[in-house]
Structures are given as structure tokens and as C-alpha cells.
Design a binder for this molecule. Structure first.
Ligand SMILES: [Zn+2]
Length: 487
């Protein structure tokens, strides 16, 4: 059935080219229809490495040594993607610009000591100098909080969200909240929404030292400072000129890193993986249009993907048959993970089609690639979240972030049980050297398989069930409220 519609499409192009000769029509007619094994065959490990190095060089081209949104490292990344895609002539390419407000220049000092700190994405601006008070337990219950009027709350990470902890602290009268990590090393920035004054994170070691000091009955005065700045940043969107634009396959990856490092596994690997598929796809024709999204602001709370989805009209949203996400696909202590789109392992399923995508890869990995796979929770922790919320079928592949490898996974995939899947997750060591390049190649081939399959045909794939605009994205909101996004 699809085959005959493909024939009629070609016939239509012939007729147009006879009526008005055009090089682009002649060229596109000459391209073979994309086929999984052919697309996979032209993907090269050397190209992934070369492009990964380019991103690392962008990070190291400035003193921050990262590709954080709003920095030269990130802007070079999006410019590179844009220019590379435009040069193919195969895609319509656009920047999607948006503004986000984000904490900057955060500091936490006690006496003369300046602490390593990072502001939660939802932190408000402000400067607070006040006595520090330790909150009981994990600060997940109002009963854990004494009267904190005029005080700074000190709370351990764990059990409930940073937003919940900060909201209880604020309700108890705290002027600001400091949350210390419950694992080493480092500080952790969480996303969310709320008006709770300055909210900072410090390390486990620093937190425990403060707790010990407070336990002696000493008064400890801390000073918190957070400034807020507006940052302009960009998504990059590229869509094949060819194919059916009413039945679009979409895939994406985030382009930004955290402040700590260059972000080459997270998520240079996904950004370059889909770029390489996009570049090799230009050797073929497609029946269905393929749209690529490179998202900004993922690390600050899925901001770019959320902005994109929330700015789709209902009619445009309905044209997206499927969204596929690739975030961290070269983890050193990897597991080949497929999002649990049918909910069989973790209980949360996506819109009709999410299960079919999962099953496509579950068939592909053992048979075509000869690889074991595992499923991973479909919890919206990356850029597919806003698509799921909008009722768009979704899924993806990931080789893992900060999940601890189980002994069962070690038995199947090798590596080291008891440590996280990317031990350099969100650190300065997330460099090209951090990557398992073999995994990167295999995951990129997995991307190519799905792209080739659905670019050829949606046969056997559920038709889109559309949601009303009003129900779009109720969960994934910008991390700060009050005019966060100005388009
Ligand atoms: Zn990521």
C-alpha cells in the first residue's frame, strides 16, 4: 500500500520536472528511498569522533570550559549545527530563539569561608545574612521544621524534591534555604517552580561540617547571594525538504551542557548522533518528512523542548506522528536502554505509538545488532517529557546517567555494578575520553534504524490521537515563574 503511494509520488515529481526542469527535483528523484541497513552502513565512527572533538573544542574555547546556555561554548554549538545543516541543502533549518532567566553569581559564605555552591534553577534573587538552623530529618514533612523566622534553613538532600523542602522552609519563615548533598562529590542544581527566596546547594562534606558545628550549640551566621539574569538561547530545528510534512517523524537531543564541564556524553553524544544521521540521510529520499530538534536549556528544566512544544498550534502538533529522544548515548558504564513506552516494566506508558517504538528497538537490538537491551523508566526526565504531555507518542534510547548499575546489568552488559552508568555525569571529566565509542556507534545505528523505518512508512503505526490545546503541557513548566519566557 505504501509502496504504491511512493510510486505515485515519484510519478508526480517526474511530471513536475518535465513541466519545469529543476535541478533539485532531478537530484531528489535520483536518491534511493532510505533503507535501514543502507543508512546504518554509511554511519562512521570517525565522523562521530571528529564532531565530538569539535564540541569539546567549543567548550574549551573559553574560560568556563563548558557549553552552558548563554555562553560562547553553547552558542558555537548551535551555530555549528545550523551551518552544517544549511550546507546540505537537504533541510529547511531555523533557529528558535527564546529567553530564560537563570540564577547567576550565586555565593554562600560563612565567616571568611566561601563554599562551593550552585543555585537551584527555581531560586529567587536575593541577599540574605542570617543564622543557620538545621532542619530535622530530610525536611520532607512540615513537622521537621522549627520556627525559622529570620533564619536560613539547612536541609539534607533526599527523599522529596528540592521544591518541597524549600516550600516548607519558606512556610516556616526562612529567608533562604541551603540544601546539602547526600552523596559525594559535588553540588546539585534541581529544577522546579516556586517563590521561596534564595535556594542553594552545597556539598555533602560542607553540609556535614555545618551540621557538626551547629550541634555544638554555636551560632553560625551564613550569607547567601543569588543574582538572576536573562539569557537568550536557541533551539535548532531542521526538517527534510522532501517527504510528507503532515506525517512527520521528529527526533531530538539537547545541545547544552551543565556548568561543570563540556558535556560530551551529556549530551554531545546525542546531539552528534542525530546530526550524523541527519547528514547521512541526505544520501536518500524519504516518504515521510523527518524533523530534527536540537534543544537548548535542557539542563535548566527541559526549557527548549517545552518552549517548542508549547508554541506548536494544535494543527502543527497533530502532524508529529512520533518524537524520539536521545540523551546520553555513549556512557562508559553503559546499558543499552530503551524507554519503557508500553509501561510493561515501569508502569508509565506514553500516547499510542510509544509502545510500537519501544517494540521496534526491542526487535532491532537482539536481531539486527546482536545486542542485549534493557528498559528504562519513561519518567519524562529528558526532552521527550513535554512531547508526552502534549499527547505526542514518544520514546528514545539512552545508555544511562546517574543510575547505579545492577549486578544483573553487569552480567549482561559488563562494566561495573554498584557505580553509576556515567561516573563522569555532570562533571568536568565528561569529555570525549569519557565516551564508550562502540556504544555511541551502536546507539547511532539504532537511531538510524528508527529514522529509516518511519521515514519510509507509518504502516502498522497508530494514527495520532490529538489532545486539545488546553491540555498541553501541564507538568513541564519553565523552572521559574513570572515572565520567564519571552519569545
Ligand atoms: Zn542530558
Amino acid at each position: 500500500m505504501k509502496f504504491s503511494s511512493a510510486l505515485s509520488l515519484v510519478a508526480g515529481l517526474v511530471a513536475i520536472s518535465e513541466a519545469a526542469p529543476s535541478t533539485s527535483v532531478v537530484e531528489s528523484r535520483a536518491l534511493p528511498l532510505v533503507q535501514s541497513n543502507q543508512l546504518r552502513r554509511v554511519l562512521l565512527r570517525s565522523e562521530l569522533l571528529k564532531k565530538g572533538q569539535i564540541l569539546e573544542d567549543f567548550a574549551y574555547s573559553w574560560s568556563g570550559r563548558n557549553r552552558l546556555i548563554g555562553t560562547i561554548g553553547h552558542n558555537k554549538t548551535v551555530n555549528y549545527l545550523y551551518d552544517t545543516l544549511v550546507a546540505t541543502g537537504y533541510y529547511d533549518v531555523a533557529f528558535q530563539k527564546f529567553l530564560i532567566s537563570t540564577p547567576i553569581n550565586e555565593t554562600f559564605t560563612v565567616g571568611n569561608s566561601s563554599y562551593e555552591t550552585v543555585a537551584m534553577a527555581f531560586s529567587e534573587a536575593g541577599k540574605v545574612t542570617a543564622p543557620i538552623v538545621k532542619v530535622a530529618n530530610l525536611g520532607c514533612d512540615a513537622a521537621d521544621f522549627p520556627d525559622l523566622t529570620g533564619k536560613i534553613a539547612l536541609i539534607s538532600r533526599g527523599s522529596c524534591t528540592f521544591v518541597i523542602k524549600a516550600s516548607f522552609a519558606e512556610a516556616a519563615g526562612a529567608l533562604g534555604t541551603v540544601i546539602y548533598n547526600n552523596v559525594s562529590p559535588g553540588v546539585i542544581a534541581g529544577s522546579g517552580e516556586g517563590d521561596f527566596g534564595p535556594v542553594l546547594s552545597i556539598t555533602l562534606t560542607d553540609g556535614q561540617a555545618l551540621v557538626a558545628k551547629l550541634a555544638t550549640g554555636a551560632t553560625v551566621i551564613g550569607t547567601m547571594n543569588v543574582d538572576i539574569d536573562s539569557i537568550t538561547t536557541y533551539n535548532v530545528i531542521a526538517e527534510t525538504k522532501g517527504g510528507d510534512h503532515n506525517n512527520v517523524l521528529m527526533l531530538g537531543a539537547h545541545t547544552d551542557s551543565v556548568e561543570a564541564g563540556p558535556g560530551i556524553n551529556d549530551n554531545g553524544s546525542g546531539s552528534i548522533g542525530i546530526l550524523e544521521v541527519a547528514l547521512q540521510l541526505t544520501k536518500f529520499s524519504v516518504n515521510n518528512a523527518v524533523r530534527f530538534g536540537w534543544w537548548s536549556g535542557e539542563e535548566e528544566g527541559l526549557l527548549g523542548a517545552t518552549y517548542y512544544v508549547e508554541n506548536l498550534s494544535a494543527a502543527e502538533s497533530a502532524k508529529i506522528r512520533l518524537y524520539m529522544n536521545f540523551d546520553m548515548i555513549a556512557s562508559p558504564n553503559f546499558v543499552y536502554q530503551i524507554y519503557d513506552g508500553d509501561g510493561s516494566s515501569f508502569g508509565t506508558s506514553g500516547a499510542p505509538g510509544s509502545a510500537e517504538l519501544e517494540h521496534l528497538w526491542e526487535a532491532y537490538f537482539p536481531t539486527e545488532a546482536g545486542l542485549a537491551f534493557d528498559s528504562t523508566a519513561f519518567d519524562g526526565r529528558s526532552d521527550y517529557g513535554p512531547f508526552l504531555d502534549a499527547g505526542i507518542p514518544a520514546g528514545g534510547l539512552t545508555s544511562g546517567a546517574d543510575e547505579v548499575k545492577t549486578p544483573e546489568q553487569q552480567a549482561i552488559f559488563g562494566g561495573t555494578a554498584g557505580i553509576i552508568l556515567d561516573p563522569n555525569y555532570h562533571t568536568a571529566q565528561d569529555t570525549l575520553k569519557n565516551l564508550n565509542v562502540g556504544v555511541w556507534v551502536q546507539m547511532t545505528k539504532g537511531i538510524a534504524h528508527a529514522v529509516a523505518t518511519y521515514a519510509r512508512s507509518w504502516e502498522g503505526f497508530p494514527t495520532r490521537v490529538t489532545k486539545r490545546d488546553a491540555s498541553v503541557s501541564t507538568v513541564y513548566k519553565p523552572t521559574r515563574k513570572g515572565g520567564l519566557w519571552i519569545s
